[in-house]
Design a protein. Sequence first.
Length: 157
Amino acid sequence: MANAAEILLDILREAWIAIAAAMLAFAVLAMLAQVLKTASGSVLGASLIVWEAVAALFGVLILALFGFLGVPAIVAAAQSSIPSSAGSGPVTQLSQFCAALIGGIAALRMLRAAFTAIAYTAAGGSGRLADTLIESGEALFGMVLASMAIPIAAAFL
């Protein structure tokens, strides 16, 4: 069970690195687009365009910081607070496996939400910060609920 958990967590780590690299590229491109939009708006004398671009620039920056700094810290804190020892033998191994797997999936889900929001911003849409935070909350709530099922089931065995 431990070998399967390590293999799956390695796959999830690689996926996280790939999504994080793509998110970094989209964030840099989105910020560059907003800087160019700010420059063109200031040349034209359109203050509304300038302030929209500045707000979008800060939105992309906040989303990128959330994706790179917030998501790993939130997942580490949530995963350390989940009880992974439910008994002895295979039930304990299964609960540890589930806690690790659910933590990895929740991290990917939160990073994907931040990536989607940055991609929308890079394409010229709204930042969707609220949707990102809602989906991150859903991932954490699902992580806690799913990992609590194994210890509760183990109590009845």
